[in-house]
Design a protein around this ligand. Structure first.
Ligand code: MLT
Length: 404
């Protein structure tokens, strides 16, 4: 009889956003007359920018012509896109990352789930708490997390680094030494971030203890403050301890298009073993490259027109973020984040649990958000709203919340 990967049986419940989608769908079916406003999952609402649409059309036409048709993409990504990334996301910021240290993929969610594969199952992972659930769940699937305690909602072998109002959402160095440290900055879900100086301390710590940092920079485009690093490679020594994951979903609206990339510097080694070579081997074996059409769309993100149009999109979402922060504050809520990230993190009122507030908001205001406890035990008593809605819906949601 075949056996299954038992680690999957350890996963509690379903994936957070699947659970929310099911609850919302059940509510909508029971109340077809209600108009819901969805500020839950961080999915964009603005259409693709004209520069990107133009590039997509152009690439589709190329694929319809025998002279310009392309088959399998290079598994690590087309040179034109890797060069554009190296130039715009790194060299322009004074970071020496070369095109062949960049691995183009179908999105940062897959990369953030897959990257753990190249590490030993004996490694201890450290995560911020609350945390983007993919980091923990993918390590559960791999058998790296020990046993789950439903009462405390913690895994025995995971090192949790609480990020709460009390510590200003700044993780402290853990008492036990981790092997792999996941950092998402600006942070999902809290919408807060670290200064470059604080990030430098993490880089120094990782180099000192021999840990690798898996750095998720999906929300980098939303940074508005000068003392925040746009890439971990702005920090001295990061090339010997950090892998960086980037997404085109949040900066360019590619949630339905799918494109991302991972940087694995050649200097990053475990003894003599090159992580760059390992990831290249993994990528080459399990991935046949992001579609040509999509990579051309990605290239357009870095065109002059693309940059200008996307700056407007980011400003649009950040106007929502400011409206949410101000509106919630007026309504008496305590809020965090939303300055360098499109997420606003709030304290639930009246000691409600995160899920109690989720139900209350859904049923009373018909607004969908994300319960903080879904991101980890330290998220209990918090709630996340996204700034990725339309401006009109964002204002309408705030009006409803103010009436609660
Ligand atoms: C979120 O809402 O946390 C994000 O949309 C999830 C993701 O990017 O996969």
């Amino acid at each position: 009889m075949f056996k299954v990967n038992d680690n999957y049986q350890k996963l509690p419940g379903s994936y957070l956003f699947s659970t929310i989608a099911r609850k919302v769908s059940e509510y909508q079916t029971a109340h077809p007359d209600k108009t819901l406003i969805r500020l839950g999952i961080g999915d964009v609402t603005q259409p693709l920018a004209p520069a990107i649409i133009g590039a997509l059309h152009g690439a589709v036409d190329e694929m319809g012509d025998a002279a310009t048709f392309r088959g399998y993409a290079p598994d690590l990504g087309y040179e034109f896109l890797r060069n554009a990334i190296a130039e715009n996301d790194y060299r322009s910021r004074g970071c020496e990352i070369s095109a062949d240290e960049i691995f183009v993929s179908d999105g940062a969610k897959s990369d953030s789930g897959n990257i753990q594969e190249i590490f030993s199952v004996d490694n201890r992972i450290a995560v911020c708490d609350p945390v983007y659930p993919v980091y923990v769940d993918s390590n559960v699937m791999a058998g790296r997390t020990g046993t789950y305690d439903p009462a405390s909602e913690v895994w025995s072998d995971v090192i949790y680094m609480p990020c709460t109002k009390e510590n200003g959402f700044v993780p402290e160095f853990p008492k036990e030494t981790p092997d792999m440290i996941y950092l998402c900055l600006p942070n999902n879900p809290t919408g807060t971030t670290l200064t470059k100086a604080q990030l430098q301390e993490w880089v120094d710590y990782a180099n000192r203890v021999g840990a690798v940092i898996i750095y998720d920079g999906a929300y980098e485009a939303y940074i508005s403050e000068n003392d925040v690093a746009h890439t971990i490679y702005e920090c001295e020594g990061a090339k010997t301890c950090a892998i960086e994951l980037k997404s085109f979903s949040k900066n360019a609206g590619f949630t339905g298009v799918r494109l991302g990339y991972t940087v694995v510097p050649k200097e990053l080694k475990c003894g003599d073993v090159s992580l760059h070579a390992m990831w290249a081997r993994r990528h080459g074996t399990k991935f046949n490259g992001a579609p040509y059409i999509v990579q051309r769309a990605g290239e357009a993100v870095y065109s002059e027109a693309g940059k200008a149009q996307l700056a407007e999109q980011i400003a649009y979402y950040m106007k929502n973020a400011a409206a949410i922060r101000n509106g919630l504050t007026e309504a008496g809520f305590e809020t965090f984040g939303g300055v360098n990230a499109p997420y606003i993190w709030l304290k639930t009122p009246d000691q409600m649990t995160s899920w109690e507030f989720f139900d209350y908001l859904l049923e009373t205001a018909n607004v969908v958000g994300t319960p903080g406890s879904g991101f980890g035990p330290s998220g209990e008593g918090y709630f996340r709203l996204t700034a990725f809605g339309t401006y009109e819906n964002t204002l309408a949601a705030l009006e409803r919340i103010k009436k609660l």
